[in-house]
Ligand binder design. Structure first.
Ligand SMILES: Nc1nc2c(ncn2[C@@H]2O[C@H](COP(=O)(O)OP(=O)(O)OP(=O)(O)O)[C@@H](O)[C@H]2O)c(=O)[nH]1
Length: 700
């Protein structure tokens, strides 16, 4: 096929930031200046194009990431807008997985906030090259230098300042381009106001010279040949600086830092230039590495159209045309109507239609190629994380990891008629969102939905009622407690019965001890030390896992335990896998109790930013919630408190914070770790244990 644009001219980028830093506003400007939009939507008018779901427009926040395509100077830029609220980190994570580069946006007043750190770490994990954009320089209290410092301190980033603000706060009217050695000045605040590139004026000469020299020096220090040139010539050329910046960005050794005010329409066009100049194309990223279907060998696919087709499904979203599967194509070409293979499901799928997405609007295309991000209609059975590929050349790309939900609520249909619809709708929502889970409680028969936070579940329930017209009653949010062991124990358990005249027999000796946080239930020596036949060893494993699901002391799932099988006896005639399963279940429950099973609870990282006068009440309130204050610092005219607080004590916090600060303080919260639950909780759920929970004690 002939591609209309070489792969080098693609940029697949994400825009990531703390809530309210200005992602949506910036994306709107990008769409305007690249000619996709004719009108700039404003977040506070509820008309921003990317925030298309009704709920997003109501709340002025971005919930689901929408993909959109635009063009800048002959380059195709696919943008994934990612949400800033921490309850939706899974959305950020799945976007980062398929992107080649990202723009990190900071609020010039608030600086690097908690959520920005989380997203930054996620981007580190996926090795996503980044450029930074310090937004809102027009705001009172904007402090460019402080944000740069915070990037180094908090994110461990190596910032390369390539622009300085021209004026600040009310007087902000452009940027100084240190690479080109020019002033970029806008005529006004209007979206259509033009800008011009001017030589640096005398007024700014000294500052610019010093900043340019510092930039050149730090670039030169990264490369021996460049250092030599710099020392010989006393300066670097624009081309040399750009090449060095691109190399450092692509190898994750540095982050070019730009600035502007998206709201005042200043800085966005140079930001687009920087996306092209410094962020990678799919060709720079190169081959994708997956596995053969049996995991026995690595399979590489070069980022080329003449390779077999391979792609990853990174999002499923329902809209009025049915389910759309968003895919990132890593290699090859695929056409509508073609058959592809879904590796995880081991089945063929036919591609119905392809769409290039612009927020919730879509443009049909006939084929898609390496580097493209498109949405596909017509797949029957795909979920987020599935690999799809050419049927003759299968490979498995690494799946995405999503955090386990930490909060759950019971939900029941209002009427009998809603019953079926409720369960279908919940399944549908769970398909779209991997951090949303649905299960039926075995004992109570209740339907339980779990998610990442109150807001997460609140929004899903609202969607269910509004978009799917299902009426339901929901209970109070409950913390997803877990169980684990803090000691070690070894037990010997024999299961022997006479059933319908037949003897059944199995004996297992196993031990349990704490395993690493996040390890789940792990096994050692299932067959080594014993000479147990494989079928019985499998039955032991199954029995333990089944027992772990319902816990040992209070019915919560038991996690992070290491189980070893030390001895086992069987009888050729009377033993069966069922007998081993029962023996293992009994042994595991007893061992876990003897190894001091305890309840653990989710503990959150909470960050509150408040004006000074409310600082005392904010801290007092966190203390009454049993929070552990980690540190306090000032940021502009705000004070920022960071604390660890158990999730159970954070319900309804937004209302409480509003009332202690007259609506002036803001907060963000993210899951930090599981820690031993306090004594009161232990006694409430497992009174028989007489355990010694002592508040927040890290188990990690
Ligand atoms: N003064 C000023 N305000 C801005 C600027 N950019 C954005 N804002 C305002 O800041 C608020 C948040 O902007 P958004 O674009 O919604 O931020 P976001 O990061 O997309 O937020 P979420 O979608 O909620 O994650 C809005 O009220 C914007 O109008 C700026 O450059 N200057």
């Amino acid at each position: 096929m002939s591609r209309d644009l070489s792969l080098e001219k693609y940029r697949n980028i994400g825009i990531m930031a703390h809530i309210d830093a200005g992602k949506t506003t910036t994306t709107e400007r990008i769409l305007y200046y690249t000619g996709v939009n004719y009108k700039v939507g404003e977040v506070h008018h509820g008309t921003a194009t990317m925030d298309w779901m009704e709920d997003e427009q109501e709340r002025g926040i971005t919930i689901t990431s929408a993909a959109t395509t635009c063009h800048w100077n002959d380059y195709r830029i696919n943008i994934i807008d990612t949400p800033g609220h921490v309850d939706f980190t899974a959305e950020v994570e799945r976007s980062l997985r398929v992107l080649d580069g990202a723009v990190a946006i900071y609020d010039a007043v608030a600086g690097v906030e908690a959520q920005s750190e989380t997203v930054w770490r996620q981007a580190d994990k996926y090795r996503v090259p980044r450029i930074a954009y310090i937004n809102k320089l027009d705001r009172a209290g904007a402090d460019h230098a402080r944000v740069v410092e915070m990037m180094a301190e908090r994110l461990n980033a190596v910032p390369f300042v390539i622009q300085l603000p021209l004026g600040i706060e009310d007087a902000f009217n452009g940027v100084i381009d240190l690479v080109e050695n020019q002033i970029i000045s806008w005529q006004g605040d209007d979206k259509d106001s033009t800008f011009e590139r001017l030589p640096v004026s005398d007024e700014h000469r000294a500052t610019v010279d010093a900043a340019r020299e510092a930039l050149m020096e730090s670039l030169a220090e990264t490369d021996e040949a460049l250092l030599e040139t710099y020392l010989e010539e006393g300066a670097l050329t624009v081309e040399q600086m750009k090449t060095a910046l691109r190399r450092l960005t692509l190898t994750l050794q540095g982050v070019p830092v730009l600035c502007g005010s998206s709201f005042k329409n200043k800085g966005v066009q140079p930001l687009l230039d920087a996306v092209v100049d410094y962020l990678p194309s799919p060709a720079d990223i190169g081959a994708v590495v997956g596995h053969s279907l049996d995991y026995s060998e690595e399979v590489r696919r070069e980022a080329r159209d003449d390779e077999p087709f391979s792609a990853l499904v990174f999002k499923i979203a329902g809209n009025k045309y049915g389910d759309l599967a968003y895919i990132r194509i890593y290699s090859g070409v695929v056409k509508s109507g073609e058959k592809v293979f879904n590796v995880a499901k081991n089945r063929d799928e036919r591609i119905g239609h392809f769409f290039q997405m612009h927020a919730n609007k879509q443009k049909e295309v006939k084929e898609a190629a390496t580097g493209d991000i498109v949405a596909i209609a017509g797949f029957k059975n795909v979920v987020t994380g599935d690999t799809i590929c050419h049927p003759d050349s299968p490979l498995l790309l690494e799946r995405m990891d999503f955090p386990e939900p930490v909060i759950h609520i019971a939900i029941e249909p209002k009427t009998k008629a809603d019953q079926d619809k409720l369960s279908q709708t919940l399944d549908r929502l769970a398909l779209e969102d991997p951090t949303f889970q649905v299960r039926v409680d075995e004992e109570s028969g209740q339907t339980i939905i779990s998610g990442m936070g109150e807001l997460h579940l609140e929004i899903l329930v609202k969607r269910m009622i509004r978009d799917f017209n299902v009426q339901a009653n929901v209970g109070k949010p409950q913390v997803a407690y877990r169980e684990t062991v803090i000691g070690e124990a070894r037990v010997d358990e024999t299961y022997e019965r006479q059933l319908t005249g037949k003897r059944i027999f199995a004996r297992v000796a196993l031990s349990v001890k704490p395993a690493e946080r996040g390890a789940g239930v792990c096994f050692e020596n299932l067959t080594n030390e014993t000479t147990l036949p494989q079928v019985f060893a499998d039955a032991v494993q199954e029995g333990v896992l089944q027992a772990a699901r319902s816990g040992a002391i209070a019915g919560f799932e038991m996690v992070d335990v290491q189980v070893a099988l030390h001895d086992a006896s069987f009888d050729d005639v009377d033993s069966s896998d069922v007998a081993f399963k029962v023996a293992a279940t009994m042994a595991f429950k007893r061992a876990a109790r003897e190894a001091q099973a305890v309840l653990i609870e989710p503990v959150m990282n909470v960050e509150v930013a408040t004006p000074e006068e409310y600082m005392g009440s904010v801290v007092g309130d966190l203390n009454t919630r049993g929070g552990r204050i980690l540190n306090m610092e000032s940021r502009g005219d705000l004070h920022v408190v960071r604390a660890h607080v158990s999730l159970a004590n954070m319900f309804g916090y937004s209302t409480a914070l509003r009332s202690v600060s007259q609506g002036r303080a803001t907060f963000s919260m993210e899951f930090s770790q599981y820690a031993e639950a306090p004594r009161a909780i232990q006694e409430k759920y497992a009174p028989q244990m007489g355990v010694s929970g002592d508040g927040i004690r890290s188990m990690g």
